[in-house]
Design a protein around this ligand. Structure first.
Ligand code: 0X9
Ligand code: CA
Ligand code: ZN
Length: 441
């Protein structure tokens, strides 16, 4: 993966300063008791020079993206001042994606179109279970901060039994604004249950495995993003002082908070990792689920956007003990995605080719359970093609191009123990006794 094509877009630190404006926005808000955190943010660009990057490194800034040798940042007035103090030239940018229906600061009143809200997803999941009890079971893993359920659909033969079949788990929507990341795992669930009795190849996969789909890890955040502020990312933990939200993808307990690169101890940051690992009920629900199901062989966590398949480690640029296997699986998934409509998903180790963070889901899955884990950043490839906004008409297409990769991973989990052909897999087979043992710190 080429570094200059890589997009960073974690947002943070939108809440300091300009409390007056914040107060006005709060008072002007028709939804009482809610707060806003965007009133004073600006987008600036600066030239991507190593010396500038070095000067910026100690600060947890909100990197929106890199494009044509420029870096785009979301900054508040303090951070603007910081750029000046550090003697880094920048220019103010004023752009919004063409198909962005709202802008930061606007109150979203429109519906969420073809996308699922919490209630719509809940109804559709109940419906799948009701119409296909022979191959699926709906489970409630726990409750969010605001008391919404975190659902998992188990897809297997004899779904009510734990049959010790190899499992694969697909997660969606750790991040509220990444709406497409709900749709892809949901459509995967729907496809599997609806083809179970019609397609022998699907039946074969489902009979031999336990496929878990958890399409909405962050229900409170999604609702907030639909009904109030489209760009919301974190959960909706009330942190006091008018601050809300922990970044659920920084709250997992593997190298949690090891440094402040890509995760922040600052509650106002958009990558706030929480006061302690698993401080949030949403990530706790995933933890309990994983601990209850020791036969899981792989994990996929859907996010958006960038069109990349990332694998651990994310906390370091050093490769993991499973690097060969992870690369083999990611490159095969990427090939399978490309074969559908030609869409290119790059792939690489997240901490080496994307950006460093700590406390994410996939590092924890590999670090604590020793299983291959992938972050799939769904389309589009960049902000100029819509960013977090995927046209409703593209939902099906994005699902379809992701389907063969998901099926491949399930098949690999089933066959993984016996059928290896590629050199990297035979390497893994030889080393698996060492490689698979969980690492603890
Ligand atoms: O930053 C994230 O949590 C993920 N990207 S997103 O834009 N959807 O927020 C990427 C996580 C990948 N893992 C690491 N880079 N460690
Ligand atoms: Ca079964
Ligand atoms: Zn995300």
């Amino acid at each position: 993966m080429r570094k200059d094509k890589i997009i960073s877009k974690f947002s943070n630190s939108l809440l300091f300063g300009w409390w007056g404006l914040w107060l006005i926005l709060l008072l002007a808000s028709p939804i009482s008791g809610t707060t806003s955190s965007w009133g004073d943010s600006l987008i600036v660009s600066l030239s991507k020079k190593p010396e500038y990057l070095k000067r910026l490194q100690p600060y947890s800034l909100d990197y929106l993206l890199e494009w044509e040798n420029k870096i785009y940042l979301v900054v508040n007035p303090q951070e603007l001042q910081l750029l000046q103090n550090l003697d880094i030239p920048f220019s103010l940018e004023n752009f919004e994606p063409a198909n962005n229906p709202d802008s930061p600061g606007s109150i979203q009143t429109s519906l969420n179109g073809a996308y699922h809200s919490y209630a719509e997803l809940e109804a559709d999941l109940f419906n799948l279970e009701e119409t296909h009890p022979e191959c699926c079971l709906l489970v409630n893993l726990g409750q969010s901060v605001e008391g919404r359920n975190i659902y998992a659909l188990k897809i297997s033969d004899n779904p009510a039994l734990e049959e010790n079949e190899p499992g694969v788990v697909f997660l969606g929507c750790h991040h509220a604004r990444e709406w497409i990341s709900v749709e892809v795992p949901f459509l995967l669930a729907k496809y599997l249950v609806e083809h179970y009795q019609r397609d022998p190849s699907i039946q074969k996969l489902v009979d031999r495995s336990e496929i878990w789909i958890i399409p909405l890890v962050n229900p409170d955040g999604l609702e907030y993003s639909i009904y109030f502020y489209r760009y919301w990312r974190k959960n909706r933990r009330n942190l006091g002082h008018g601050l809300f939200g922990v970044d659920l993808n920084r709250n997992y307990d593997y190298q949690w908070g090891r440094d402040d690169i890509g995760s922040s101890p600052d509650p106002s940051s958009n990558v706030y990792r929480g006061p302690s690992p698993f401080s949030e009920p949403e990530s706790q629900a995933i933890k309990k689920f994983m601990e209850l199901h020791p036969h899981l062989k792989a994990l996929v966590s859907y996010h958006s956007y960038s069109q990349v398949i990332l694998y651990p480690w994310g906390y370091t640029n050093k490769p993991s003990h499973l690097d060969d296997l992870l690369r083999f699986l990611a490159s095969t998934m990427s090939q399978k995605m490309k074969a559908v409509f030609g869409t290119k998903y790059s792939y690489g180790q997240s901490g080496a080719s994307f950006y460093l963070t700590n406390g994410d889901t996939t590092d924890w899955a590999l670090g604590k359970f020793g299983i291959p884990a992938f972050t799939i950043e769904l389309p589009p490839i960049d902000r100029f093609r819509g960013g977090f906004f995927n046209a409703e008409a593209d939902i099906q297409k994005i699902f379809q191009e992701n389907l063969p990769a998901a099926l491949f991973l399930i098949d690999w989990a089933i066959q993984g123990q016996t059928a290896f052909t590629s050199p990297s897999c035979s390497w893994w087979l030889k080393n698996r006794n060492i490689g698979e043992s969980p690492i603890t710190h």
